[in-house]
Design a protein around this ligand. Structure first.
Ligand SMILES: [Cu+2]
Length: 381
């Protein structure tokens, strides 16, 4: 920074160039803030939206469960274990103007880089402010009636070209390093296929017998009862082991969604007909929330993501509760030869015994799934 002070007016030009460059950096440095913003800007009540959807879509669906509920006993919802309660300030939006506390090495690297960039931005802004102040005071018409007629100065022109280039290089090196690390998945310990639907998520575990978890938003009342942050609680969480490289493959059933968990520094679009890949390795167990981060329709704001990071023993317990197997363990005899085919979908109803969660496997999956929170509220309360 000392050398900058000697640049004089060169700094002004340097800063203009750099300002543009910092803008270009913004996408890499901001994924983590997207979700909290989304939360803040979705004031419309989940209840209201659910009711609205129910009107056109759920009328037949609401009638059907009423009959079948009497005939067949509801599956035991408590069989799938949940290990962690939400921790205020961790893995969910905070009221601070900063990134969420990061729980992956990549996230910590990004957080430090973000802090460093703030200092660079502040220093340059103050420097430019100082230059402007000098110009206003010293070179106004009264103080400097006969202006200099200088039009070229080779030395200063070289300086104000080279200095911004050097500053940009200092920013570009860690920035590209961060980007590269985000896209280079280390050898994975577990692969989870994340599928976006209008408007819920499902998670498939191909390494564990290819079972599937269907994850729907909870109602506000259910969130309150369970102590979960409003509009972030789900009926079935995605569960992964701690200190393990989790390879995430995203795709979509209908439109483009985006799987984003700010505390992991993870965000990847889920595009129909494509498989995208990203990864994370979480350092500490806990419950972390995210949201769909690509505008995907009417209930885009109501398809939260809840990832539970647990010990390896707890993960094995959770997999067993979902009817899956751990790698190396004997696979249970499957009545359906195609059950583990990568092409066919596993029976979602068996993976998630929550009432209404099995609905997405039917042909009317969008309409019934959208109505799920409403019908759950009606049947469980
Ligand atoms: Cu979405």
């Amino acid at each position: 920074m000392k050398s900058l002070k000697s640049l004089g007016f060169a700094g002004l030009i340097a800063t203009m160039a750099l300002g543009g460059a910092l803008h270009a950096q913004a996408p890499a440095a901001t994924p983590a803030t997207a979700s909290p913003t989304a939360t803040a800007t979705t004031p419309a009540s989940g209840q209201a939206a659910a009711t609205a959807t129910t009107k056109d879509a759920a009328a037949p669906a609401a009638a059907a469960p009423a009959d079948s509920a009497a005939a067949t006993p509801a599956p035991a919802a408590s069989k799938i274990p949940e290990f962690y309660q939400p921790t205020p300030g961790i893995g969910q939006p905070t009221d601070k103007i900063s990134l969420q506390p990061q729980v992956t090495d990549l996230g910590l690297f990004a957080q430090h880089f973000d802090t460093a960039l703030i200092w660079v931005i502040t220093a340059i802004s103050l420097f430019v402010l100082l230059l402007l102040a000098i110009v206003i005071v010293r070179y106004n018409r009264r103080a400097n009636p006969t202006p200099s007629r200088t039009s070229h100065n080779t030395a200063i022109e070289i300086v104000w070209t080279v200095a911004p280039v050097l500053i940009l290089l200092c920013i570009a090196v860690p920035s590209i390093k961060l980007l590269a690390r985000q896209y280079a998945t280390p050898k994975p310990d577990l692969t989870v296929k994340v599928i976006g639907h209008q408007w819920y998520w499902s998670y498939q575990y191909p390494d564990n017998g290819d079972f599937e978890v269907v994850s729907n938003i909870l109602t506000d009342a259910q969130d309150k009862a369970k102590g979960e942050p409003r509009q972030l609680g789900v009926d079935a969480r995605m569960v992964v082991p701690v200190d393990s490289v989790i390879k995430i493959i995203t795709t979509s059933d209908d439109v483009i969604h985006s799987f984003a968990v700010p505390a992991f520094w993870t965000k990847m679009d889920a595009v129909p007909g494509r498989l995208n890949e990203t990864w994370f390795k979480v350092n500490r167990p806990g419950l972390y929330y995210g949201q769909c981060s690509e505008l995907c329709g009417a209930r885009h704001g109501y398809m939260p993501i809840a990832v539970e990071v647990v010990s390896k023993q707890q993960f094995a317990q959770w997999v067993a509760a979902n009817g899956g197997t751990m790698p190396g363990a004997a696979k249970p005899a499957s009545s359906d030869a195609t059950a583990n085919s990568p092409i066919s979908n596993p029976p979602a109803g068996t993976a998630n015994p929550e009432p209404g969660a099995g609905a997405p496997t039917t042909a009317t999956e969008n309409s019934t799934a959208a109505a799920t929170p409403a019908s759950q509220a009606a049947t469980t309360n």
